[in-house]
Design a protein around this ligand. Structure first.
Ligand SMILES: [Zn+2]
Length: 73
């Protein structure tokens, strides 16, 4: 069992401000450190620096998600 598999077996949700829609929303973990907004459907990356923020993805972030999500579906 690797960490990614465990992440999928233990789906967690968090509460935060989505960078895309600027709403106070529930975010669902898709892979470790990456969350999907339940309001607008955008994927965001959790960034902890004193405060927790949810950032827009870079191209490499998107590639990482694609790679990891495809492995389990
Ligand atoms: Zn959003």
């Amino acid at each position: 069992m690797n960490d990614k598999f465990k992440t999928f077996n233990n789906i967690d949700t968090v509460h935060g401000i989505c960078e895309e829609c600027q709403e106070d929303v529930i975010l669902v973990a898709i892979v470790s450190d990456f969350y999907r907004c339940t309001n607008c459907g955008s994927d965001t990356r959790q960034h902890v620096n004193g405060n927790i923020r949810y950032l827009r993805l870079t191209e490499s972030d998107k590639a990482y998600i694609k790679q990891n999500v495809n492995k389990t579906t």
